[in-house]
Design a protein around this ligand. Structure first.
Ligand SMILES: Cc1ncc(COP(=O)(O)O)c(C=O)c1O
Length: 471
């Protein structure tokens, strides 16, 4: 147990001086996240104050979000949100009792590796700054979804995903997530039902909530969405929009073959459903299957970005939509963000035209391959798609593990992983699985360190321990 003895300033009342000292010691690292504070009676004795004063200080510190009290267990320093796992965080009391393991490695969110071509990307940005006419290019622009040259460059880039698109059908957005939001805004009205895979990219849930849409999950098999389930869902709900990730589906990593896509496209045509295809991971395949936008161009919106293949912080996203939806798309871009930064449009165009984007995608693919090969040593039985190398592992847990108990045990071992629950739509049974984002580790060594800790947990099985209810 930490014996924390604060140095109190000449502040009155004393309980406030205790809170100030606590706040300072947390900020300066003398009190670490998850550390237990001394029992109130003991601290009162050490400081020569009444127990009531310490109780008041602890209550105030909890109110300010510095600490968290657990009945019967004590008071613990809270984890800061900056270093909390991005996804699937155990509950506060679990965190407090788990403490923060040394060298916490967060593999819960699907971050790509640090851009391997960072210097070349930087050089393109520099050139863009040095080009004549910077002042004019920093002015507002009229082409809110991108200028012709940029949209032409994006259309040519999308050929690498197997898509043939006319530049007039392209719109630029703030990343793929914004492209999804814009697509929903352009094709739905409040209260509409939107269909999606039963486990899916969690951001669709927040987008749907913001737009007052109702999501319905559609059952999957090892190839992704099941056509019979989709047909039944269309009949039952009269939904007019489907959001789907047919290529390296997030989180299951499934790749839907072209034949299945044809069937899905046909069902959507029959029920007059617009397909929003999220193709952000297609660059990880040497030969991506045919996109829906080639199979049913009149009803497909194709969404992608340079986030995973080049650099997420550029926020360079785009979509291809049929011409009859372009006005609604433009209106949606305008009303949700005015436009994505035109300066980055210019940078994106140069990245594509100079070949940096393609070389970066290749380097990312190679890094993903390396990491998957290393991961195979730790988890030889994890499901792996053939034909593509994903950035993450979808690990079905052996009995008797459940996803929640594994996430908690992993947290205690100092590794953040994402619970299958995070991706679930509705209240159907969720697989006992976790998503482990290999590329989120800063280095291969760090990834191996984390995977070693996780693999060691598997044979042990969940155990009763701190953080679990006593009865
Ligand atoms: C399936 C999927 N779509 C979209 C996104 C968001 O991409 P962006 O960073 O370009 O908004 C992610 C990010 O993890 C994703 O996994």
């Amino acid at each position: 147990m930490t014996i924390w003895l604060p140095e109190l300033a000449e502040q009155r009342p004393i309980y406030k001086a205790i809170v100030s000292a606590m706040s300072r010691d947390i900020a300066e690292g003398r009190l670490g996240p998850g550390e237990r504070l001394p029992p109130q009676r003991e601290l009162a004795y050490q400081l020569g104050v009444t127990v009531g004063t310490v109780t008041r200080a602890y209550t105030e510190a909890e109110r300010q979000g510095l600490v968290i009290g657990e009945v019967g267990r004590g008071t613990f320093v809270k984890r800061s949100s900056a270093d909390a796992p991005l996804l699937a965080m155990p509950s506060e009391p679990q965190q407090a009792s788990a403490g923060r393991a040394q060298g916490f490695i967060d593999l819960s969110a699907n971050w790509p590796p640090e851009p391997p071509l960072a210097e070349e990307i930087g050089a393109v940005i520099q050139e863009e700054c040095n080009r004549p006419g910077l002042g004019a290019r920093l002015q507002y622009r009229r082409d809110l979804i991108g200028g012709e040259a940029t949209r032409r460059a994006v259309a040519s880039h999308l050929e690498t995903e197997g898509l043939s698109a006319d530049w007039r059908e392209i719109a630029l957005t703030n990343g793929a997530q914004h492209a999804i939001f814009v697509s929903l805004l352009a094709t739905t009205r409040p209260d509409d039902i939107v269909l999606c895979e039963e486990l899916t990219f969690f951001a669709i849930k927040s987008a749907a909530r913001s737009l007052s849409l109702r999501l319905r999950g559609v059952a999957m098999d090892k190839w992704g969405l099941r056509p019979d389930a989709l047909d039944a869902a269309c009949r039952a709900t009269q939904a007019k929009v489907l959001y789907s990730i047919p290529t390296l589906q997030n989180p299951t990593n499934r790749i839907m073959p072209t034949e299945r896509r044809r069937e899905i496209a046909e069902i959507c045509r029959r029920h007059d459903v617009t397909i929003i295809e999220d193709s952000i991971y297609a660059f990880l395949l040497d030969e991506p299957p045919c996109p829906y936008a080639n199979l049913a161009p009149e009803r497909s919106i194709h969404v992608s970005s340079l986030s995973k293949s080049v650099a997420p912080n550029l926020r360079l996203g785009f979509l291809r939509a049929p011409s009859h939806l372009m006005e609604a798309v433009t209106f949606a871009v305008r009303s949700s963000s005015y436009c994505s930064p035109p300066f980055t449009h210019d940078v994106g165009q140069r990245l594509i035209e100079s070949g940096v984007a393609a070389r970066s995608a290749k380097a990312m693919r190679e890094e993903a391959r390396h990491r998957q090969e290393q991961a195979r040593r730790y988890f030889p039985d994890a499901e792996r798609p053939s034909g593509g190398t994903p950035l993450h592992l979808w690990l079905e847990l052996p009995s008797p593990w459940r996803s929640g108990s594994f996430v908690h045990a992993a947290y205690r071992a100092g590794v953040g992983v994402a619970d299958a629950e995070v991706f679930a739509i509705g209240r159907e049974e969720v697989p006992h699985a976790v998503r482990i984002c290999l590329a989120a580790a800063r280095t291969r060594e760090e990834m191996q360190n984390a995977l070693g800790r996780l693999a060691a947990l598997l044979p042990r099985g969940p155990e009763a321990g701190p953080g679990l209810p006593l009865m």
